[in-house]
Write a protein of this length. Structure first.
Length: 86
């Protein structure tokens, strides 16, 4: 496999930074309240940079689904339910 250029490494790091910010926000509030502006601010990137990598909030979450799925499973495992049905 070819080694990534520094520009490609930077692009991957920026994309991961955006995804991590979206993860953090998803933990704090529900999906409907998340905005691209909040995600960009949390990731400390411009809104233009965010839209360069993801054209919409839906695309961001859809393309990052496996990571979000893992996060939700971790969150679920940490919750202790009082009901025996859970």
């Amino acid at each position: 496999m070819k080694e990534l250029t520094s520009r490609q490494q930077q692009a991957l790091a920026t994309k991961k930074k955006i995804q991590d910010a979206a993860y953090d926000l998803l933990i704090q509030e529900n999906y409907e309240n998340l905005t691209m502006q909040k995600i960009a601010a949390t990731a400390e990137v411009s809104i233009g940079t965010l839209y360069h990598y993801f054209t919409s909030k839906e695309e961001l979450f859809f393309t990052s689904y496996s990571g979000f799925d893992d996060l939700l499973c971790e969150m679920h495992d940490k919750v202790h339910f009082d009901s025996p049905l859970a």
